[in-house]
Design a protein around this ligand. Sequence first.
Ligand SMILES: Cc1cc2nc3c(=O)[nH]c(=O)nc-3n(C[C@H](O)[C@H](O)[C@H](O)COP(=O)(O)OP(=O)(O)OC[C@H]3O[C@@H](n4cnc5c(N)ncnc54)[C@H](O)[C@@H]3O)c2cc1C
Length: 451
Amino acid sequence: MDKREFLKGSAATAAAMIVNPLTTTQAFAEVTVPRTNWSGNYHYSTNKVFQPATVAEVQDAVRSVPSVRALGTRHCFNDIADSQTAQISTLQLKDISIAPDGRSVTVGAGIRYGDLAGVIDAKGYALHNLASLPHISVGGAIATATHGSGMHNGNLATQVLALEFVAADGTVHTLSRDKDGDSFHGAVVGLGSIGIVTHVTLALQPRFDVTQIVYTDLPFAELEHHLADIMSAGYSVSIFTDWQRGIAGEVWIKRRVDQGGASTPPPRFYNAKLATKKLHPIPDHPAEACTDQLNQPGPWYERLPHFKLNFTPSSGQELQSEFFVPFDRGYEAIRAVEKLRDRITPHLFITELRAIAPDDLWLSMAYQRPSLALHFTWKPETAAVMNLVPQIEAALAPFHARPHWGKVFTMGAAQIQPLYPRIDDFRALTHGFDPKGKFRNHFVHTHVDTA
Ligand SMILES: Cc1cc2nc3c(=O)[nH]c(=O)nc-3n(C[C@H](O)[C@H](O)[C@H](O)COP(=O)(O)OP(=O)(O)OC[C@H]3O[C@@H](n4cnc5c(N)ncnc54)[C@H](O)[C@@H]3O)c2cc1C
């Protein structure tokens, strides 16, 4: 994405109402879906937005246009969800059906994790992990391999057991982990290219409680020999840093109560100090938006995200970038970025470091490698960010860093495609369901499908 694309305005302005092509039917009732992404840094290129509430309505919508992209909760920071022609908002696809054996739940792809979590928790179930925020749709999250943290936790797409989607000709298909092995592994992190995902079946486990504790002022030096130990200190661990003073900063440790997580935490942890008041990852931001800390047990879905559903997550006015490196080279990668600290920090709200377990999903950033993710929550300073991101990409190139598909990056196809050994297979798979490129937009053509 170059600077011009990033700032791209379009016929669609921020205030535009949706012109719904099928307003005559109840199912396609006229609605307002904002014409920018959540951050406001990207204006979508079309005002035509379908709002189907059933799979049949998705089929009708797909058949009615030559080109279209699915749109979830709009939390990506680039043009990945954009279309010149039409979008299909999935937000009315939000049904929930728990399997009788309690091993899985099948949901409409537009449901937000925060709306799903309370329902399954009340029935005694949980998902294995969540992202930093519960505000995102299941379909949108898995399409970009959205992740939380945890040495043994795969990203959210690894929860998927089956996908139902509408292909370019309007037919409905299902791929499952059990029956469709290889093509299933290709389809889950689909970047919106496989079709419009209508239902997702997610693995369940028994519900669990979690405590959250925060340590402050972790010295960077401790990461050299203890990065894996620190990241293993809880079920899910995040380190937040502004890169300055040789201090890695806050360590957020989320501990499962059924794994001893309610025990009294020691006052020191690798020379960091236990926080005695609730904190926000971004200094000076009000902590009330954050999930409870101070070792108070609570349900998994109120501790694994950093932010509460009914509050604005993170800063609200921000850009984000994120790069995934092999975990065993994580410390070197951190030090490579730290060299840029005096350029980075003035434009940064905060960096977060997380661990992600490897998986077999072809376009996952953690594909077949345990990963450390280096995330940047930027101030909304586009020019400065677009200047800095290539410098970070260059610093991380020796580590074969994979950029988060949904965030700000400048790497092109020539750099990205060699990072994904199954990318040719991905192209073949998506072309099978979409021979003419109905679902392939500029983002896909620029990064994945350049042929
Ligand atoms: C404040 C904030 C915090 C974040 N925290 C994290 C984090 O902790 N971890 C992380 O990894 N990411 C994080 N992200 C990024 C976010 O999780 C991803 O960008 C995710 O893809 C957003 O989901 P969405 O529903 O908003 O997708 P959208 O932005 O609406 O769409 C994303 C992509 O998915 C496709 N898509 C959406 N729904 C479907 C569907 N039903 N069928 C087919 N394709 C579909 C779209 O076409 C598009 O290509 C964060 C973003 C924000 C704004």
